[in-house]
Design a protein around this ligand. Structure first.
Ligand code: NAI
Ligand code: MG
Length: 491
């Protein structure tokens, strides 16, 4: 007895259970002061430029080009020349070699790219390291596999590349969205002009270095940085055969209007307001994890985020209670800290948009909950937020907030859940939490959403097509379906 007591006495008892800082090193990334535009395999000096910052500290990271209409014209010409001078007629097995090479280099340089993604975009290193980078490499591996099998993918349809693809991507998954767009385009034998989002150009610019390392022929991929004006110039350019766009529904609609009647191909991946539907027979703790992952992953800057929680009335109270308790454990702060769960909001503009919608939610009568957390002084931050008492007509139940804000609604029957879930102009994704397989299938048939996750959320795989219904856009990315928008058929 005495011995045991003695031992207990010697055991160090921690007084403080908070996490010690665990920062990832910034030194793995060497940034240049200035970046040009990557056209025809060369860095061209832009006439205009702007500074790109880190949203977690507001420090300037580099000066990058604001591509003009003339720059876009040069990039399209370089892409056209590369298409005609060999890339499109290269055997698929040869194109595949480049894609495999790019995939392997992305893996080799994953740490460097992940750190840069978190620096420039504000997302936690845990996510850029474990989600963005592995998935980006996986997309190149996956489409590399298709490059020499297109005849089998589309039997008797004589698939051919379409030409120059103009690709416009957003800031929430900068390198991953680049991979989603570039990999299938190249696998099918097209060449590319890509415009990254204005707030997150740096991983795309570092990717140019990856392309050089992979010895991709000049002009096959061109990267022109800049804001919406650069994007608009790409959309307008007569030498572009296809536009692939991911971003806001507003800009998507404008692009569709511009392209009407031009014969250019178009795919749009736009906003969402996904319902995450929780039935009373589900594994509740697992559902809480899924809800947290569904809306607080990447600060909620996710088009398929589970931003509307539909809770069955019979479990509403314990579910919300557990959710609030779980929220208290989320660590908000430095994106480069390996323990961080929720990083910085991508930009001041986005932060203002989130604040505006949250204020509207409070004004309309919803009840707000935010766990106690200290937000850093500099940079753009928003605490994880839950709204209860939300009516379907409230703006926070209708509009895409694109931030760490969850709106909780309730339902009684499966029919009511379907009706409420589909009561949105969007239709990108949905989640269903229940123990019953038959109910999952019943729900999946009725939900008007491109992806329906069952007992999980925000799960991605390059083999699985992704895309929307209604105002969430059209066309699919990923999987066999993702090849089709980059081909024409000589049937
Ligand atoms: P946005 O649609 O303006 O930007 C997305 C991309 O389109 C960027 O590269 C931008 O430079 C480009 N762009 C902007 N105007 C253009 C034009 N007229 N022609 C061609 N390209 C143009 O999105 P923004 O303003 O950054 O975010 C606004 C809202 O859109 C967010 O709050 C969110 O709700 C939604 N959004 C949805 C995304 C998704 O993944 N579906 C991604 C980003 C934003
Ligand atoms: Mg915009």
């Amino acid at each position: 007895m005495t011995e045991i007591r003695k031992k207990q006495d010697r055991t160090p008892v921690p007084k403080d259970w908070t996490y010690a800082p665990a920062p990832e090193s910034r030194d793995v990334v060497s940034l240049r002061d200035r970046y040009g535009l990557f056209i025809g395999g060369e860095w061209l000096e832009p006439k205009e430029s702007y500074e790109t910052i880190s949203p977690s500290s507001e420090e300037t990271l580099a000066t990058v080009g604001q591509g003009s209409a003339e720059d876009v014209d040069r990039a399209v010409a370089a892409a056209r020349a590369a298409f005609a001078n060999g890339w499109s007629s290269l055997p698929g097995s040869e194109r595949a070699k480049y894609l495999f090479r790019i995939a392997r280099i992305l893996q080799e340089r994953a740490r460097e790219l992940a750190v840069l993604e978190s620096l420039n975009g504000g997302k936690p290193i845990k996510e850029s390291r474990d989600v963005d980078l592995p998935l980006a490499a996986a997309h190149f591996f996956y489409y590399a596999g298709w490059a020499d099998k297109l005849e089998y993918a589309f039997p008797n349809r004589r698939p051919r590349p379409i030409g120059v693809a103009g690709q416009i991507i957003p800031w929430n998954f900068p390198l991953l969205m680049l991979a989603w767009k570039v990999a299938p385009a190249l696998a099918c034998g097209n060449t590319v002009v890509l415009k990254p989002a204005e707030t997150t150009p740096l991983t795309a610019l570092l990717f140019c270095d990856v392309l050089r390392q992979a010895e991709l022929p000049p002009g096959v991929v061109n990267i022109v940085t800049g804001d919406g004006r650069t994007g608009a110039a790409l959309v307008e350019h007569p030498g572009v055969d296809k536009i692939a766009f991911t971003g806001s529904t507003e800009v998507g609609k404008a692009i569709q209007r511009r392209l009407a009647g031009t014969g250019k191909k178009l795919t749009l991946e736009l906003g969402g307001k996904a319902a995450n539907i929780v039935f009373d027979d589900c594994a509740l703790d697992q559902a809480v994890e899924g809800i947290v992952n569904g809306i607080y992953f990447n600060q909620g800057h996710v088009c398929c985020a589970g931003s509307r929680l539909l809770a069955q009335e019979s479990i509403y109270e314990p579910l919300v209670e557990k959710l609030k308790r779980r929220l208290e454990t989320l660590r908000v702060g430095d994106p480069l800290d390996k323990n961080t769960d929720v990083g910085a909001i991508n930009s001041q503009v986005q932060l203002d948009r989130i604040k505006e919608l949250v204020a509207a939610g409070e004004a309309e009568g919803a009840e707000i909950y935010q766990p106690p957390c200290r937000l850093p002084e500099k940079g753009y931050w928003f605490a994880p937020t839950v709204f209860t008492n939300v009516a379907q007509s409230y703006r926070i139940a209708q509009e895409e907030i694109f931030g760490p804000v969850l709106s909780v609604l309730t339902f009684r029957t499966p029919e009511e859940a379907v009706e409420k879930a589909n009561n949105t102009p969007y239709g990108l994704s949905a989640g269903v939490w229940t123990e019953k397989g038959s109910r999952i299938l019943w729900m999946a048939q009725r939900l008007r959403a491109g992806v329906v996750w069952a007992n999980t959320f925000n799960r991605f795989d390059p083999t699985s097509p992704f895309g929307g219904y209604k105002e969430s856009g059209f066309g699919r990315e990923g999987g066999l379906h993702g090849l089709e928008p980059y081909m024409r058929f000589e049937e």
